[in-house]
Design a binder for this molecule. Structure first.
Ligand code: GDP
Ligand code: MG
Length: 182
């Protein structure tokens, strides 16, 4: 047995418009599968997984919230206490990209200090791409979001990287907060 010296728990929320691939990204990362048929997420679905980085064991609690308008009034309840938000848009759908700002505003209203990672999903659909990487990187910068990651929940491209960078940012923040009080 390889005992961990440190144990952290992080709450991560998936944010972004309906059908951008939030549920698919979680499914790909945690369950290593992908489904073509579209299942509307009702309310919220919570999944957990553990990862090890050096001497630390990190428990991730991933909240997958529905993007449907009817759920938006209860969103602050879901966002509360989030260490990080993965804000997803669909690179083949400009509307979902335009809505990133609104989502960010919502997240920051509830958790002003949480880590935010911008994610452009569906990179396997190269022929249908309407949002260029450079454009998304620029937007992230303008909005004060540190990281922009492109993914395909279908092929799995970038998905490990997405969750790993999210966890690393959470760790950095947690360690900084610990330094401040000691
Ligand atoms: P959510 O509403 O944001 O949770 O979106 P879903 O994960 O339910 O995905 C919506 C639709 O997009 C489904 O039909 C998925 O199969 C499809 N989808 C999700 N991610 C990808 C991807 O990376 N590539 C492709 N081609 N389709 C995707
Ligand atoms: Mg969903």
């Amino acid at each position: 047995m390889n005992a961990s010296l440190y144990y952290y728990t992080f709450k991560i929320i998936m944010a972004g418009d309906a059908a951008v691939g939030k549920t698919s990204l979680v499914r790909r990362y945690i369950h290593h599968t992908f489904k073509e048929n579209y299942l509307i997420t009702i309310g919220v679905q919570v999944s957990t997984t553990e990862i090890k980085i050096e001497k630390a064991t990190i428990k991730l609690i991933v909240w997958d919230v529905a993007g449907q308008k009817t759920f938006q009034t209860v969103l602050p309840l879901y966002f509360k206490g989030a260490d990080a938000a993965i804000l997803v848009f669909d690179i083949t759908n400009r509307n979902t990209f335009n809505n990133v700002e609104n989502w960010l505003k919502r997240i920051r209203e509830t958790e002003p200090n949480s880590v935010v990672i911008l994610c452009g999903n569906k990179t396997d659909m190269t022929y249908a791409r309407v949002v260029k990487r450079e454009e998304a990187e620029k937007k992230a910068q303008e909005l004060g979001v540190l990281d922009y990651i492109e993914t395909s929940a279908k092929t799995g491209d970038g998905v490990q990287e997405l969750f790993l960078i999210t966890v690393k940012r959470c760790l950095e923040k947690r360690l900084k907060a610990i330094k401040k009080v000691t």
